[in-house]
Design a binder for this molecule. Sequence first.
Ligand code: NAD
Length: 541
Amino acid sequence: MSKAISQVPIATNEPVRNYKPSSQEVKSLISTYRKMWKEKLEIPMIIDGKKITTKEKIRLQSPQDHHHDLGFYYAGNTEHIDRAISTALAAKERWNALGWEQRVAIFLKAAELIAGPYRDKLNAATMIAQSKNVHQAEIDSACEFTDFLRFNAEFMTEIYAEQPISDNGIWNRIEYRPLEGFCFAVTPFNFTAISGNLPACMAMMGNVVVWKPSDKQIYSAHVIMEIFSEAGLPDGVINMIFTDGRETAKRVLSHPDFAGLHFTGSTKVFQEMWKQIGNNIHKYKSYPRIVGETGGKDFVMAHSSANAEAVATGLVRGAFEYQGQKCSAASRAYIPESLWKEIKKIMKSQIDSIKVGSPEDPVNFVNAVIDKNSFEKCIGYIERAKKSEEAEVIIGGKYDDKKGWFIYPTVIKCTDPTYESMVEEIFGPILSVYVYKDKDWKETLKLVDKSTSYSLTGSIFARDRYAIEEAFKALENASGNFYINDKPTGAVVGQQPFGGGRTSGTNDKAGSKMNLLRWVSARSIKETFVSPKDYKYPYLG
Ligand code: NAD
């Protein structure tokens, strides 16, 4: 146990490499990609630090080339779910007893491994399996993940340092215990950083974890476990299983020692899991913590005083980076009639210059969508819009699945602000635009606020400060992350804590103290130095 009140290194954001053409850093990353592309993977689950293989081999796919043979992963069954739970519970006592400096050092070391020797490997795995270009992989798997680990170490010590006041003759303390039982992390395909952070931040706070990553993110999840192991994470603290989501949830959420769910993914899946937790509430030893960051239908609202170039650029980057597969992606825009012609022209010329293709070639700004389901979902919206009387495909609308799942950046202009593509989460490179009459600014603010059940991110573009203030108030609850004159994506750990309300999540702000507080259960301690020896208070005479 510690004999010092140590301070962790001051967290700073990992600088983003710019991968300029012909630079050494881009050459190194692309050559790592090419080497890894040729490997035939056999990815095991990791339970109790051991590689677990099964008879069920599932083919791994790359979105940019669905014919390519990447190898396979070993899928598990109910036996593996049960084993992951019992292993986590068995690891709990030792992990809990370990001094916090030792615990946190493991994750700080993992951060340095990601920023250093594993950077290219984790980025390349993200590019191959999740179809991110060099920049998107860099800001996610290298930088955001490193930031999560470094900042969480600092936030953890800030939480530990938060102590109550003491009175004369007594000493009051609070200790921040991990939750009793085990925690469950369920992660999405679209961010390597999120998938690593969800189990890691719970473990950093002293918890033991069963982690089920998305079956479309298994390659980078595998590299993450390799990094945690190299960083010295003891066996059994995080157990990674590749099992069916529904079956896993059913078994984990009915276990009496289930203590907390850390979920990121779609609203529907989270709501199903919450219902199961409600139905099982009488079975648990303690009330579980439930944290979920879910879907979005993120808006960009332009005022007539906005700069047209800034709006167009915010829309192009916000809607089409990572093929619109960010929960924060701009997917509905409200543009005043007076600016529409100019914004449309700039958007069109920017989109015309976008190259679509494999991330292996860094000139491609837009890469493939994650899988066939997503591809078909996007086509559905495009084709219905082409036939609709309330919508018109004004830019893009092309797609191509001969080699990979490529959807070209598409803009749909809607005359009905409640048209399906204006209100439903598509999760693809499709932006819907509603052009409003300048005089209807106030009514349009109401539309923005009320058209969807989500509340994740949103932007207001304006130069008029009165308009900014008005939007700021009218849209108070329309997003958990609000941007002024910027795109609604790209939150940075430590700078813009991320999360949304309404049906977008519990808004516990990943990468902040607010989130970490959910994974501890405080114990208040009062010590009286000289204990009273008589029950009579002075007022009794
Ligand atoms: P998803 O909901 O399909 O899957 C998320 C995880 O849940 C995966 O591990 C999946 O295997 C598992 N799962 C699927 N069905 C399940 C079931 N019935 N029971 C239990 N687990 C189940 O989401 P996705 O496609 O991986 O990710 C995209 C979604 O995630 C979008 O809706 C996006 O908005 C959201 N997202 C939100 C945030 C945020 O911070 N708010 C961040 C990233 C992604």
